[in-house]
Design a binder for this molecule. Structure first.
Ligand SMILES: Cc1cc2nc3c(=O)[nH]c(=O)nc-3n(C[C@H](O)[C@H](O)[C@H](O)COP(=O)(O)O)c2cc1C
Length: 178
């Protein structure tokens, strides 16, 4: 499949088919692909805590806020994405290299997560990035160390219904050529 087709097939899916499973091999494959993303000084601080058993998936779902619990019903896996903080964007003495500080860790995590979403789409898997969740509950549920900042939860499964492509801004609204 062409990259352009993959980008268009990927949609935020909010209704999943409980009959269709996601395998550990598929999840390993999408994380392995995500690792190909660039990272600050190749530090690779992004981490993935993946709930795959029905019990763990339910436990992570309970950390999602409001309608996100309902939107992830029947999902095959839930990936909690994190990064080891105060490394990327910092020098050896722990001083920030510039005004970005830990934002660079977020940047690297986002880049990897974008690769992950595209690889999932190529494999015929559907995803939903979830930012509205309780980081504290997730930390407790999966015993995520304090050295990691918790980012998104990414639902992975198979769509039970299609989604419309939300409109994108015009190029001249977001680009300035000099
Ligand atoms: C960082 C981030 C957090 C998001 N959080 C949520 C969320 O909590 N719940 C939800 O339903 N969608 C969430 N989304 C999905 C966006 O609403 C969606 O990507 C956007 O509307 C564009 O639609 P598309 O992904 O189909 O292109 C999130 C997306 C991103 C990138």
């Amino acid at each position: 499949m062409e990259l352009n087709d993959i980008a268009l097939i990927r949609r935020s899916i909010r209704k999943y088919d409980p009959e269709k499973a996601v395998s550990r091999e598929e999840l390993e494959s999408i994380v392995r692909f995500a690792q190909e993303a660039p990272s600050w000084k190749n530090k690779q601080t992004s981490r993935y805590h993946i709930a795959i058993t029905p019990e763990q998936v339910e436990a992570v779902r309970s950390c999602l806020a409001g309608s996100n619990q309902q939107k992830t019903e029947g999902v095959g896996a839930l990936i909690v994405t994190t990064f080891r903080h105060t490394i990327v964007g910092f020098d050896r003495e722990g001083n920030p290299d510039n005004e970005g500080g830990n934002s660079w860790g977020w940047y690297d995590l986002g880049l990897q997560n974008a690769y992950l979403l595209l690889k999932a789409a190529e494999l015929g898997l559907d995803t939903l990035v979830i930012g509205i969740r309780s980081a504290e509950q997730l930390r407790q549920t999966l015993s995520i160390p304090d050295s990691e900042t918790i980012g998104a939860v990414i639902a992975v499964g198979h769509r039970a219904e299609d989604a419309q492509r939300p409109p994108r801004k015009e190029l001249d609204e977001i680009v300035k050529f000099y």
